[in-house]
Design a protein around this ligand. Structure first.
Ligand code: CU
Ligand code: CU
Length: 653
């Protein structure tokens, strides 16, 4: 790690030395002769640095960063970001990790148009802060889960509270209850439901002896009606529900294990929306079966979406209830056959094998250290899990980044950085690589990051490199540990090279997104503190910064004149370009939908190129939906110098 930083610094210094004469000639008359005091020297240094990082030689080797300041009324906390098939960036804040916004019911989404002019706020019907997202085959973004309630830290809880399991023994009808529904303990103590809830009818099954009724149940979070320790109970008990009469009073009741003044975690919601990129609005679809905060949504090859993990409506991590969304019925179905536990925001990738997901071990934030942390293959048929070995620093996977390294046909995944479980100050420089195609897949070492890094953003580029940027050394940037570093990972050689330094620090709640013109947008950043001593609360980072990779300084971009807007799996696309002779490769890149250092959507697909006559190219789309899950893709042509075109959008069906 040291050698990389040093060699970069040395490289830059050497560059300054060789250019010193020129820079001095330019700057001396302007600054040094006028005011010969330290601030002026600093200005000269700034000026030199500025000249350097914007020079042709430097940008061609390292690329460059440019900050974008949005007008104040368009600034949102970029908790989530997704590139829509219209080329606009959906930036979702919800309440934005801001208790005051949550209390005020202020939930925000910005639709940012990089072409300018059209950026606007979108009405946001639920608190989508810390939801999950995945693209559907028709290009809509499925957004599920979010925030029901903010956390209450240790010592700040005033009313004893906890999960109340509500049972219904009546097979003939369910029951809807309002927020504030009262539960009474055998000793007369009273507790109120903090949300509305419903209990479905009990399930009646016919058995040889007659009928068997299995009570249904749902869990709701309840709070004591009185403050302080008076509401605390450690004894499991049955609770009556105030206001029920007749048979209802017998059929419906509560069960709580304990109600305490313990720290209360964030709580999830079940709300699900499709964001329509054309109508530019959220459309409500069926709720999830479970409430989820920090779930992963994983697109399956047939277009269904699997929801995994999350904190439930009581702030408890789900022990393994997973469910599947069917885009044709717009409903979720519980999948007890897929019951499996993962920490929150697990990084799960569809492999080339149907029904086989790869869990890289990356995750972002909640769950015990000793469960669900081992990477491996999750076979959905039969619900089996095959662990893989070889991962270094396996205890430093929280807030790590994972991505397919290079085109998905290579079936290589990299795991980048990460830190210890919870508020640990430990983090790692580790990059490990695994070849999912190997007969016995095992992680092998890759190059080290220039610094130990939590929350890296890993972005697939059209020339097959990956940009690794942002992150902090310590938990949420503590001790001013935001890293102003970026690197390029080269999958073909398993090496890392330095990229230009970003100027905006980003840690927790940050994203990096490949844009259709080949640049990378970075956004977000949610450090805890703004000073090295960790005493002042930090503001959410609202500036965007865009990275222009070196390839955009290597000559003009090849041009796609025409390409089909629709194409079927396993067919060829006819694409025309005036640069046919120079084209070396074609890639389909699925747009990102990122949050919490997690982006399960981005993937790059090799399209074999055959040259026709008169500037026509024939691009072959693989036939396998495990390689190309149906949906919208950016089509890039890449020339022999590694310069990508501006992408055209193709709907693969
Ligand atoms: Cu978060
Ligand atoms: Cu279409």
């Amino acid at each position: 790690m040291k050698s990389l930083v040093q060699s970069r610094v040395r490289g830059v210094v050497r560059w300054i030395r060789t250019r010193r004469k020129l820079v001095t000639l330019v700057t001396l008359p302007t600054f040094l002769l006028a005011v010969n005091v330290p601030p002026a020297v600093a200005l000269v240094a700034d000026f030199e640095h500025d000249q350097l990082i914007h020079s042709a030689d430097y940008t061609a080797q390292y690329g460059r960063w440019d900050v974008i300041d949005l007008p104040e009324d368009l600034q949102v906390n970029a908790i989530h970001a997704a590139l829509l098939p219209t080329g606009k960036l959906l930036i979702v804040a919800g309440s934005g990790n801001d208790q005051a916004s949550f209390d005020a019911g202020t939930f925000r989404t910005l639709l940012y148009d990089p072409a300018g002019g059209q950026s606007r706020l979108i009405p946001t019907p639920s608190d989508l802060f810390c939801s999950g997202h995945a693209f559907l085959p028709d290009g809509k973004l499925l957004v599920a889960g979010g925030t029901q309630r903010y956390e209450v830290l240790d010592g700040k809880v005033t009313k004893a509270a906890g999960g109340m399991v509500v049972k219904n023994e009546n097979p003939d009808k369910g029951h809807a209850f309002e927020k504030g529904t009262e539960f009474v303990a055998p000793d007369g103590r009273k507790y109120k439901a903090t949300t509305a809830f419903t209990v479905p009818p009990a399930v009646k099954t016919i058995i040889p002896e007659g009928a068997k009724v299995t009570p249904s149940q749902t869990t709701v979070f309840v709070e004591s009606e009185t403050d302080g320790p008076a509401g605390v109970t450690a004894k499991a008990a049955q609770y009556t529900i105030t206001g029920l009469a007749g048979p209802d009073a017998n059929n419906l009741y509560g069960l709580a294990q304990k109600l305490t003044l313990d720290k209360q975690d964030f709580q999830g919601i079940a709300d699900t929306y499709e964001f329509d990129p054309v109508a530019e609005r959220y459309v409500k679809v069926g709720d999830m079966v479970e409430k989820r905060w920090y779930p992963s949504l994983v697109g399956l090859p047939g277009g269904d979406v699997l929801a995994v993990s999350g904190l439930d409506g009581t702030g408890t991590i789900l022990p393994g209830q997973n469910e599947v969304f069917d885009p044709s019925t717009k409903r979720w179905t519980e999948r007890p056959d897929l019951f499996r536990y993962f920490p929150t925001y697990p990084a799960l990738f569809q492999t080339a094998v149907p029904g086989r997901l790869f869990y890289s071990g990356s995750n972002a934030g909640y769950g015990p250290a000793d469960a669900g942390r081992v990477p491996g293959f999750w076979n959905l048929q039969g619900n089996t899990f095959e662990p893989v070995t070889g991962l270094r620093d396996p205890d430093l996977m929280e807030t790590s980044g994972s991505a397919f390294a290079g085109p998905v046909q290579g079936q290589k995944v990299i795991v980048v950085g990460g830190g210890g479980v919870g508020e640990s100050n430990r983090s790692t420089t580790r990059i490990d690589v695994i070849d999912l195609k190997a007969s016995k897949p095992t992680f092998t070492p890759g190059p080290g990051l220039p610094a130990p890094t939590r929350y890296p953003n890993v972005v697939q580029l059209p020339n097959d490199d990956l940009l690794i940027s942002n992150g902090s050394r310590d938990y949420r940037g503590k001790g001013q540990s935001d890293l102003l570093l970026a690197s390029l990972y080269h999958p073909s050689t398993n090496t890392l090279s330095p990229a230009a330094d970003p100027t905006v620090g980003r840690d927790y709640h940050a994203e990096g997104i490949l844009m259709p013109n080949g640049q990378v947008m970075t956004l977000g950043g949610n450090a805890l503190f703004s000073d090295p001593a960790d005493t002042k609360t930090a503001k959410f980072e609202k500036r965007l910064e865009i990275y222009t990779p070196p390839y955009l300084f290597h000559g003009p971009q090849p041009v796609i004149t025409t390409a089909p807007t629709e194409a079927k799996l396993g067919t060829s696309m006819a694409v025309t370009t005036p640069d046919a002779g120079a084209i070396a490769a074609a890639r389909l890149i699925r747009p990102s939908a990122a949050t919490h250092a997690t982006d399960l959507e981005q993937r790059s697909v090799i399209l074999p190129v055959a040259k026709g006559s008169g500037g026509a190219l024939d691009l072959r789309i693989p036939g396998d939906p495990t390689i190309v899950p149906p949906g919208y893709y950016m089509l890039f042509l890449v020339d022999k110098a590694g310069v990508p075109s501006v992408a055209k959008w193709v709907h693969v069906t």
